[in-house]
Design a protein around this ligand. Sequence first.
Ligand SMILES: Nc1ncnc2c1ncn2[C@@H]1O[C@H](COP(=O)(O)OP(=O)(O)OP(=O)(O)O)[C@@H](O)[C@H]1O
Ligand SMILES: [Mg+2]
Length: 332
Amino acid sequence: MKYAIKINNLTKGFHDKTNFMPKWLVSDSHKNKFYAVKDVSFDVKKREIFGVLGPNGCGKSTLIRMISTLLTPDKGSVEVFNIDALKKPGEIKKLINRVSVEASFFKRLSAKENLLYASRLYGIEDKVAIKKFQQILKDLNFPESMVNSQMMKFSRGMQQKVSIARGFITDPILILLDEPTTGLDPKSKLDVQNFILNLHAKKNLTIVISSHDMLEVEKLCDRIAIMDKGKIIAMGTSDELKEMVMKENTYELETSDSAKSKRSLQKFKQVHNIITHNGTVRFCTKDITLVADKITTTLKEKNIKFKNLKQVVPSLEDVFLEITGKSLEDRP
Ligand SMILES: Nc1ncnc2c1ncn2[C@@H]1O[C@H](COP(=O)(O)OP(=O)(O)OP(=O)(O)O)[C@@H](O)[C@H]1O
Ligand SMILES: [Mg+2]
């Protein structure tokens, strides 16, 4: 068996009782029904770290819930280690675990009590469970002295580390990590990312990780599916995805006003895929010599200070922009 997951034409729609329908959602003939996931097909190989990258509301969590058998698809199939998720969800649940962004805990109980509660549900002896979660929490740089403190006193990063420990305590052979580092401070984010990579190197483990952080997905994942509006719009290794935008070269320019610079660049028809990021403006163009002088003249005329025009390797953000015409950070 080569594959950990096989997904075919997976589709899930919801009825929107609030009558609020984001304009991009694909509508159905049924009134107020929209598709959160629409005709999604892909395979995940055993031991792969597979990323699902996409903006808020594109359907990542819905997709992960269907793989973890928590949601029933309207259409299509999911097989996890050759087991049909619709027919035998119980068998799949024994092999997998999920860490969700909105993990729930007994807030007045301690981390230890929460972890023991979860491990008992899986029939794991307390002694074994304690040894396991102590090691996981240590690997996550979770302060040992806090394990007996109430969860309600924990920062978001600490709660997330307990949530991750709960996900791994059952020794899953497939783990579904739904935005495992969203909202974490940079140090906790790094702790979690390193933990995932170290564990994957040691164990026979397949990982699916959803994120809207392109750098994270690039750092962790062997292959990436880019999702938008419930569909997979591109899939491949990060190099393969970046080749999609390689037909033009990508440049970056540091400027005193990136938003104003972006608007100025939009006037040049030879310049495409313009995005702003941390005081820089990025854009693609086939031949920089054709536009460099015009760009600098325009920026000077507008009193925008700039320096360091340099060619850069395109990012997954550039790929997303090339395919969808919008930035990953844009909300629906
Ligand atoms: N149970 C539900 N009932 C109705 N609508 C839902 C339900 N679950 C999700 N949706 C809607 O389906 C769409 C996709 O949601 P989903 O949570 O899968 O996206 P996401 O990519 O995980 O977003 P985020 O990055 O914000 O977590 C959204 O418009 C969401 O509001
Ligand atoms: Mg989500």
